[in-house]
Each structure stands twice: as C-alpha cells, then as structure tokens.
Design a protein. Structure first.
Length: 93
C-alpha cells in the first residue's frame, strides 16, 4: 500500500484516467436533471419539451448518467404530443 504521513494515497487506474470523473452526485436530489424533469413534467409538461431540447443538443455528453432521463423525457414529450393531437381531433369531430 502507498502511505503518506497524512493518510492514504488514492489508487488510480492507469488504463482509465476518467475513472473518478463521474463520482460526484448528480444534481436535483441525486436523480439527475433528466429524471427530475421527467417527474416534474407530469405537473408541467413543458419541462419534457425543454429536456428534449437538451437531449437532442447532446447535453448528456457532459455527464453520460443523464442520458436515460433525458431520453425518457423525449419519449414522454412525443407521447404527450400524440395524445394531445388525438384528443384535439376527437374533440373537433
């Protein structure tokens, strides 16, 4: 083991230099922006559209853990749009 006088030296993986890059917790109570906006979208659906813009703008390149939540928001936005259009067409006819 590598020791210093003030404590232990962290072990780093030589092959993967970005190993500790995503060790910090995600924002929005630890669930990430994507999943937070997904849940918030049930109250305020415009958040799904905002998250879809983030998804197609490749916001998840900053942190790959955000990708699944942003993709879920994009799917929810499409589903909500289709449901709203069908409801609107049925209401008119």
């Amino acid at each position: 083991m590598n020791h210093r006088e003030d404590g232990y030296v962290p072990i780093r993986d030589v092959e993967d230099a970005q190993l500790g890059m995503f060790d910090k917790p995600l924002p929005c109570f630890g669930c990430g922006i994507g999943w937070f906006f997904f849940l918030l979208g049930f109250v305020f659906p415009l958040m799904w559209y905002f998250s879809t813009i983030l998804y197609f703008g490749k916001y998840y390149n900053k942190d790959p853990r955000e990708r699944s939540g942003l993709a879920a928001c994009a799917i929810a936005a499409i589903t909500f749009t289709v449901a709203a259009v069908i409801t609107f067409l049925v209401y008119l006819l």
